[in-house]
Design a protein around this ligand. Structure first.
Ligand code: ADP
Length: 170
């Protein structure tokens, strides 16, 4: 049985992530979208909140499961009985670090391989951090994240006391 893992921060999930999830899901029987619990990063959303948002976005994709992990990715992948790590590639800038990580992971666990899916051109500019910036400056993230995620981001910014400035239109 082919099992794949798509790891990431997903802070929060964007249309770019969702595009990779849909494309990876048709290549395997089960796909785990695995939220990385990385204490070194300072995420906007908790692992539970990120997982819950992903769950809403993947409704209608029966072979996709949401999970989280900390520690070594290859250990997590093995624990799921998986042999494929999916990664999305945007610009050349993604390549260098992803290339290094893929080689390290293969060194650690030769039975696990990384498959790269090239971004869809429409989402090539999208990252969670750019969307957080847009929202924090009062902009709209239409076409970048779902309406639900955009709402959750605004609520979160309001809770954390960050002033959301209104961008004048026109
Ligand atoms: P980011 O915060 O940069 O969006 P994540 O850690 O959440 O990064 O990303 C998880 C995975 O999804 C990575 O493999 C990343 O390269 C990929 N990814 C993120 N955004 C896109 C996109 N717009 N198109 C293709 N792949 C993407």
């Amino acid at each position: 049985m082919k099992i794949g893992v798509y790891p990431g921060s997903f802070d929060p999930i964007t249309h770019g992530h969702l595009d990779i999830i849909k494309r990876a899901a048709v290549l395997v029987e089960t796909l785990y979208v695995a939220v990385v619990a990385n204490p070194n990063k300072n995420p906007l959303f908790s692992v539970e909140e990120r997982s819950e948002m992903i769950r809403r976005e993947i409704q209608g994709l029966p072979n996709v499961k949401v999970d989280s992990f900390h520690g070594l990715l290859v250990e997590y992948v093995k624990s799921k009985g998986a042999r494929i790590i999916f990664k999305g590639l945007r610009a050349i800038s993604d390549f260098e670090s992803e290339f290094q990580m893929a080689l390290v992971n293969r060194e650690l666990e030769p039975s696990v391989d990384t498959l790269f899916l090239m971004t869809s051109p429409h989402y090539a500019f999208l990252s969670s951090s750019v969307i957080k910036q847009v929202i924090s400056l009062g902009g709209e993230a239409k076409g970048m994240v779902s309406d639900f995620v955009a709402r959750r981001m605004k609520e979160k910014q309001a809770q954390s006391g960050t002033p959301i400035k209104k961008v004048k239109s026109g």
